[in-house]
Design a protein around this ligand. Sequence first.
Ligand SMILES: Cc1cc2nc3c(=O)[nH]c(=O)nc-3n(C[C@H](O)[C@H](O)[C@H](O)COP(=O)(O)OP(=O)(O)OC[C@H]3O[C@@H](n4cnc5c(N)ncnc54)[C@H](O)[C@@H]3O)c2cc1C
Length: 415
Amino acid sequence: MEDYSPEAVKFRAKVKTFLSENLPTDWNGMGNFTKEQRATFVQDWRKILADNQLLAVAWAPAYGGAGLSQLERTILAEELAAVGVPSGSDNDPFSIGMIGHTIIEWGTEEQKQHYLPRILDGTDVWCQGYSEPNSGSDLASLATRADLDGDEWVINGQKIWTSQGHNANWIFVLCRTDPTAVKHAGISFVLCPIDQPGVEVRPIVNASGHHDFNEVFFSDARTSKENVLGGVHNGWAVANTLLAYERGDDSTTNGIRYGDEWTRLIGAAKQNDKISNPVMRQRFAAAYTTTQIMRFMGLQTVARSLQGYSQGPESSLNKILWSEHHQRFTELAMDVVGMDATAPSGRDSATGVGVDDIGSPYSSQAWVTNFIGARPGSIYSGSNEIQRNIVGERVLGLPKEPRADIGPWNETKRS
Ligand SMILES: Cc1cc2nc3c(=O)[nH]c(=O)nc-3n(C[C@H](O)[C@H](O)[C@H](O)COP(=O)(O)OP(=O)(O)OC[C@H]3O[C@@H](n4cnc5c(N)ncnc54)[C@H](O)[C@@H]3O)c2cc1C
């Protein structure tokens, strides 16, 4: 793992000391924990991070962060990932990684002072209300309405696939606030409390049997007039800032997480006597190459952040890379597991999507869950077809694709 400057080396040493002081000497990741043990550890660990100013370290001290640079934040993420401890709770990608950063970029001073410390101390736990039953890729066609009634917005509509919504008490909701404007222009980014009669969160159980996401129904739900981020009708720009964080925030650590998973599958291939199969070896080599590409892309993100550049549309490259890698890789895992995959046994994977926790032992059940959980990777955070459109149009500058709703190549009507 590269170090970048004497200050960075010093910070990495500080993080390593913190880890050795706060983790048991025989620590080997969360992979051996039961679901309940994992949940307790994650909450306790989050508090330790917060108490040591190692949660959301890029935020300014005035907002409850530590005011550290992007580079230091990346180093912290690398070190946490390397030993297999989380950088926060399962909702923190939404609370810290998405809405926290977006409040810092778009919020008023009052909004920053109010919301950011409450995220760090765990008072407010967030989820993401973007997708609707009829608006996914074409997100700007969303129909959920917010109408002003005195000092409050009244929200009506439905969101879907709301990850971790059952563990959240706040939701950021993209709402239509001006139905007369062209679709991208009539949207506002509204912050809404969940614990009220007008909001109902209904579970959806996914194909691997896990409850990771939900439907959220708004029936005259209410939130204060002040709870709009980035100005009324300006929600599309705010939404895109947040999406760049969602798609690119993990780019510096993916090489570590997927690299660890690669090592674990090598262990399983040895155990199952599959390691000498030449085709299998070629697939392992290709997968290793991809983890290294992830690593170098992560370093590129760090280098760019040092020049003051925050992530933009190129974050879609990161999203395409990890999601397609994980689908191919878990197909390889199914070939390593072999016939056991038809009647899997052993401990289950920690979550229904993504990589299993570092330190997890061989279990055919965990690999089957990972295989199923990798399928939606090319759908969530925006499908990979859409990411390829973004790369083509906004990174490479290629001509825009025809849009069915306004007719082909009609630039003047684009919003
Ligand atoms: C596990 C998981 C977790 C999720 N979590 C959340 C969450 O927390 N909050 C949230 O708001 N949403 C969440 N989502 C929803 C996710 O963002 C949407 O599923 C995604 O944006 C795709 O929308 P859709 O499902 O409506 O598919 P559609 O938009 O109906 O797309 C169907 C297919 O058509 C393709 N397609 C559509 N338009 C184009 C185009 N212009 N060019 C080329 N191909 C196109 C798509 O790529 C896709 O293959 C989650 C989804 C999953 C699977």
